[in-house]
Design a protein around this ligand. Sequence first.
Ligand code: F0G
Length: 365
Amino acid sequence: MLRHGVIHRYRKFMPVSEATRVITLNEGSTPMVPAYNLSALIHPRLEIWLKYEGLNPTGSFKDRGMTVAITKAVEEGFQAVCCASTGNTSASAAAYAARAGIKCAVLIPEGKIALGKLSQAMIHGARVIQIKGNFDDALRLVRDVAEKYPIALVNSVNPYRIEGQKSGAFEIVDDFQGVAPDFQAMPVGNAGNITAYWKGYKEYKAAGMAENLPRMLGFQAAGAAPIVLGHPVENPQTFATAIRIGNPASWKSAETARDESGGVIGMVTDHQIREAYELLARSEGVFAEPASAASVAGVVKLAESGFFDDVRPIASDHIRLVCILTGHGLKDPDSAIRVAEEPITIEAREEDVLDAIGLAEPALA
Ligand code: F0G
């Protein structure tokens, strides 16, 4: 299938007209990978699917929202956009602004964004501004600036971002021929994405495109879990830097998604995230960044608590669950190298190679 991007694919549901000049990098239409190995490991009745958002043009789900946000910013006459970011939003904003031929400024927490993301914002020519503070500080600053000056804010507080990101829900339902999964699991940071997916599912059902709605499962990192704790976290900490957020802008709508869907917003420790991160890569061959693995970590945790034991699935005898893998593993090579086994170094000799592979013993030869 030709990939035209989410605005073209779901035009009816998007805030554009015939006259709108669409800025796209052909985002969306990402693979749904059946996770046979993970399913078997986690729960006998679970049928887990991975929505691999890392295969978007800049390597994260942000592109779905950014195509709409930048398209509308250009339509409304803005010549510059700005955002606060833990990395992925800045990479996406920088790329789409470059394509549109407008300026982009990004505020990021100094020293706390993954290398791949930083390199993207830089190479696309954004003005990259590191602040001595965290994401919440950065967001407060850009909100103030965008209110006073002619620069469009492209964080998910911009409703156009949500409009674009809801397309992820449409794709999932389309992939299952009009049936939403029993559950959808995802990481929660600033809470725009859970808001967007829930909006998408509801709109699709209202339009007669989906039979049912899923239950929404969102997961925060334990060191950055304001929604779970019920209060902002002053100094959020987690190795999943993408979701290192202490005061999410879409807090209320995340709670609405949870409550209306009969879902859960829970938290997972860095240890659990790290285990899920490796498990995904090793058991399914799917490389997602640490924050994305929080969705799998959360599902493991719920399964262990017996959460799925009495669930009656909608479409088959298995409980269908989609994990949103929000960002590509290559965004954050440092984390992979820190978590995984180190490479070994040997002399360039055949016997050493055989020894290193484990082929030296006769039984294996
Ligand atoms: N996963 C990844 C890989 C992310 O980059 C983010 C957010 C999330 C999950 C959480 O999504 O904020 O909508 O709840 N990243 C933002 C950024 C904050 O600046 O790139 P959310």
